[in-house]
Design a protein around this ligand. Structure first.
Ligand code: TYD
Ligand code: MG
Length: 459
């Protein structure tokens, strides 16, 4: 018997090594190497290749014809947008997110819509029994008879079901519960997940079936175990949001057939997920009126703009080192902005605890949020409210300068549409708008500033 060669994989970066080490030599993460018996899978098969030189003919670039790929609508505009316009035949899509965020619900709703259109759909679940799925389904609504369920964790059985049924769309919920018999590892381990994804990839490409894989996410934000899953699939969608709040954001992190960073917004209700076509309106719900520390900024994610509330709280500290927290935005960026405020505006923030929060459960890291964060901190520090009809955006540099942001017109249009009357923005952007003569007819007052000191004159 051939001795099986053992390989170790890093759960974080997918790097292979021949011996176990505490630290991954590639990404330097600790305790991430996991054993994967690689050769055993192919044991018994001849290693000799069957490919002959004559068999391989590269195609001339010009001779390749491309038809516009056919997209199938999911019946949910928000999901279609994130997918880049609908489901591409033969694509492999990973839907990641925390447990309980609503992945199964979203995909079951998609199955319902597809089956209503007469598409044959298979939903293979390793997590729930058929009864449990049906109970959830009953809350979601009417189903047609071209939807088939399978409660199974053995990948070979799932494969057989696909062969037998020949569906157009398959859901595998979740990758962590499925296992391949001839691999000597627990379900959810790196080698299992790798192999199962490879099997699904083959099925998708060979039979032109679109497959959606559900993957749970670890605390660090990776799909449990293998990052390598992300390279293997065509699309990676992450479902974000605070499980205790009702907003859910679906974000395209990778998309071979469209743009990334596109978001879809949903609300979780009793009868499943409801689309939110106008996020601005949604984000403004519950915004306090006339309170210091609350500012409205305007963000862009993918092709979408929306207004969003930024909150800050500055209060006297009882610790030697003041506390700083940042929810929904980048912690280091917030610290940097606080340093800029302290130095350039001369505010003694070091004796204050400062908490910053982007309301709505969304995580926004674009630089255009900087000025909104600064304004919120200043407003809370001084105990002075910012006008409720004002939107503030701009990037802040280290010397306190306010720098231009991308797609400024789009932000202003969104602010005006949401009913705001004044907008503080980078001077460079304002000059460009005035030069181009755009936005002449909108009744929003535009104010350009060059640095954060000028901000104090307006708030
Ligand atoms: P689920 O789709 O099971 O999450 P995941 O597959 O990502 O683990 O979502 C479960 C949560 O959603 C659960 O806490 C209950 C809630 N939910 C509703 O609020 N309304 C509904 O109609 C459904 C089906 C679920
Ligand atoms: Mg689930």
């Amino acid at each position: 018997m051939a001795k099986s060669k053992v390989i170790f994989y890093c759960k974080e970066c997918g790097n292979e090594t021949s011996k176990w080490q505490g630290q991954c030599p590639a990404c330097k993460a600790w305790n991430t190497l996991e054993e994967a018996p690689s050769e055993r899978i192919v044991a018994g098969k001849s290693v000799k290749t069957s490919v002959k030189v004559g068999d391989v003919t590269p195609t001339r670039y010009k001779d390749i014809t491309t038809e516009k790929e056919v997209r199938t609508g999911t019946g949910m505009a928000e999901l279609d947008r994130v997918l880049g316009g609908g489901i591409v035949a033969g694509s492999l899509v990973l839907v990641g997110g925390d447990p309980g965020i609503g992945k199964s619900t979203l995909l079951l709703q998609m199955c319902r819509n597809l089956s209503k259109e007469g598409k044959k759909v298979l939903y293979a679940s390793g997590e729930e029994s058929l009864k449990q799925i049906k109970m959830r389904g009953d809350r979601i609504g009417e189903f047609s008879d071209s939807l088939f369920l399978l409660s199974e964790t053995n990948m070979t059985a799932v494969e057989m079901a696909i062969e037998k049924l020949e569906p157009e769309v398959v859901i595998v919920d979740s990758i962590q519960t499925m296992y391949e018999e001839n691999i000597d590892a627990a379900p959810g381990s790196v080698s299992q997940v790798r192999e199962i994804t490879a099997v699904l990839l083959r099925i998708a490409k060979k039979n032109s079936i679109s497959i959606f894989i559900v993957g749970h996410v670890t605390k660090e934000g990776n799909v449990a175990g293998p990052r390598m899953l992300e390279h293997m699939v065509d699309n990676v969608l992450y479902f974000e949001g605070d499980p205790s709040a009702s907003y859910r954001i679906l974000r395209a992190v990778k998309n071979r057939f469209g743009s990334t960073n596109e978001i879809g917004v949903f609300e979780m209700r009793e009868m499943g997920l409801v689309e939110v076509p106008n996020p601005s309106e949604y984000m403004m719900q519950g915004k306090p009126v006339g309170e210091p520390g609350s500012v409205v900024a305007c963000a862009i994610e993918g092709t979408r703009s929306f207004v969003i509330e930024v909150q800050a709280l500055a209060c006297n500290t009882y610790f030697n080192v003041p506390r700083r927290t940042a929810a929904g935005t980048d912690y280091n960026r917030v610290n940097l902005l606080l340093a800029v405020v302290e130095k350039r505006l001369g505010m003694q923030l070091s004796s204050y605890d400062i908490y910053v929060n982007v309301a709505g459960g969304l995580r926004i890291t674009e630089p255009a949020m900087d000025l909104g964060i600064v304004a919120a901190v200043v407003s809370s520090f001084k105990g002075k409210a910012i006008p409720d009809d004002m939107v503030i955006f701009g990037e802040v540099g280290l010397v306190g300068e306010v720098r231009a942001v991308t797609q400024c017109e789009k932000r202003v249009v969104e602010a005006a549409k949401s009913g705001f009357k004044q907008c503080i923005m980078p001077m460079t952007n304002l000059e460009n708008i005035q030069k181009s003569g755009q936005l002449k007819n909108s009744d929003i007052k535009l104010v350009g500033i060059r640095n954060i000191r000028e901000l104090l004159n307006h708030i």
